[in-house]
Design a protein around this ligand. Structure first.
Ligand SMILES: C[S@@+](CC[C@H](N)C(=O)[O-])C[C@H]1O[C@@H](n2cnc3c(N)ncnc32)[C@H](O)[C@@H]1O
Length: 317
C-alpha cells in the first residue's frame, strides 16, 4: 500500500515491520489516511531508537562510549535536520548564532559577539551567523518539529535579548512553550547601555505532556560565563547539563545543530545520552572533536577545567 511505503520512507522503518505491527495489533486502516495511520503507528515508530543512527552515516566524527553513539557533521543546521528521520529525536538543546544582535542593534561602532579578527579563521571570522529572518527561522522550526518525537520530545532554544523579541514568539506556532528560563551569567559582559548579564532559554514540548524530572527546578539558572574561552560564545557545560538532566532518561538521543565548541556534547555524555549534531564551521569541528576525544579518554574537559556553578549545590543535585 502506497501509504505504508511513504511512512516507511519518512520515518526510516521497514515496510514489513510496519505491516507486522498493523497485523499483530489488529489495526484497521481507515480511508488510507496517512495522518491517522501515523498516529496509530507512533508507539512502534518512536520506540525504534536506532533509526537516526542507521540513517545518518559517514559522519565527520563518530564515537561510541558505553552503549551510546556520538555523531557530528560539518553542515548547515537546516540541511542537517532534513537528513534526520521524522519523530526520532528525544531532545533538541541548542544555541544558534543569531545575526540580529550584530547586524540590527545599533550600538557603538563595531560588532558585539565574538573575536572576529582571530588568525587562522575564514575571512578573519570564527563563524558565520544564522540569518535571523522570520522565513529562515520558520524553516528551522519546521524541521525541529518534524524530527522531534511527538509523544515525548522536549526542545530548548537559547536566545539573546534581541532575537528573543524578534523570533521568540514564532516558537509558539510550533511548540508548546512551557518556560522562559533566564541564565544568569553572574558577571556583567559588554553593553553600551545596560551591561548584559543574562540570556534566555525557551523550553517547549512537541505537543505532548511529558514532564521534566523534578518539579523543584527553578527558571533562573546561575552559572558563571566562560572567560577567555577557546571558542567565542562558548557556553558553560552546566547550562546544557541542566536542560538535558531535566528532560532526559539514559540513552535518549540529544540533538544540537549549532555545536560551537561542543558544550552540549559533553553535557549529553555526562547524562549518558546519545548525541547527534552539526556546525557550519571547520573550527567548531576541530575543537569539538578534540574536546570529546580528550574527555572520553582522560575524563578531562579541556575547554572548561572548572565548574561554572556558583551555588554550594547545583539545583539538580
Ligand atoms: C553561539 S555558537 C554555539 C556555541 C555553543 N553552544 C558552545 O557552547 O560552544 C553558534 C554556532 O552556530 C554555528 N552556525 C552559524 N550558522 C550556522 C548554520 N547555518 N548552520 C549550522 N551552524 C551554524 C556557528 O559556527 C557557531 O559555532
Amino acid at each position: 500500500m502506497c501509504t505504508i511505503k511513504a511512512i516507511a520512507k519518512e520515518f526510516y522503518v521497514r515496510e514489513d515491520e510496519i505491516e507486522y505491527f498493523i497485523t499483530s495489533n489488529h489495526i484497521i486502516l481507515k480511508d488510507n489516511n496517512k495522518e491517522k495511520l501515523v498516529q496509530q503507528l507512533l508507539p512502534f515508530i518512536e520506540a525504534k531508537n536506532n533509526r537516526v543512527f542507521s540513517k545518518l552515516t559517514k559522519s565527520n566524527f563518530s564515537f561510541t562510549y558505553r552503549d551510546n553513539k556520538i555523531l557530528i557533521y560539518k553542515d548547515d543546521a537546516i540541511s542537517f535536520l532534513k537528513k534526520i528521520p521524522s519523530n526520532s529525536v528525544d531532545i533538541i538543546a541548542t544555541d544558534p548564532a543569531y545575526s540580529g544582535m550584530n547586524t540590527k542593534l545599533k550600538l557603538g561602532k563595531g560588532r558585539i559577539v565574538g573575536k572576529y579578527s582571530e588568525k587562522g579563521t575564514t575571512n578573519g571570522k570564527w563563524f558565520g551567523e544564522f540569518e535571523d529572518s522570520e522565513e529562515n527561522y520558520i524553516n528551522f522550526l519546521t524541521e525541529c518539529k518534524r524530527v522531534l518525537k511527538k509523544s515525548t520530545g522536549h526542545i530548548y532554544i537559547m536566545f539573546d535579548s534581541y532575537s528573543l523579541l524578534s523570533l521568540g514568539g514564532i516558537v509558539r506556532n510550533y511548540f508548546d512553550v512551557k518556560n522562559l528560563i533566564t541564565w544568569d551569567k553572574i558577571n556583567i559582559g559588554m553593553g553600551h547601555y545596560y551591561r548584559r548579564r543574562h540570556e534566555y532559554i525557551l523550553f517547549g514540548t512537541n505537543g505532548n505532556t511529558r514532564k521534566i524530572k523534578n518539579r523543584t527546578f527553578p527558571d533562573v539558572w546561575r552559572f558563571k560565563r566562560i572567560h577567555n574561552s577557546k571558542y567565542p560564545t562558548q557556553k558553560p557545560v552546566e547550562v546544557f547539563q541542566a536542560m538535558i538532566h531535566a528532560s532526559a532518561n539514559d540513552n535518549f538521543t540529544v540533538c544540537d545543530p549549532f555545536l560551537g565548541s561542543g558544550s552540549s556534547i559533553i553535557a549529553a555524555i555526562k547524562n549518558n545520552c546519545k548525541f547527534i549534531g552539526c556546525d557550519i564551521s571547520d573550527k567548531s569541528m576541530e575543537i569539538s572533536k578534540n574536546r570529546i576525544r580528550q574527555y572520553l579518554n582522560n575524563n578531562t574537559d579541556i575547554l572548561q577545567l572548572k565548574t561554572s556553578a556558583v551555588d554550594d549545590k547545583i539545583f539538580w543535585e
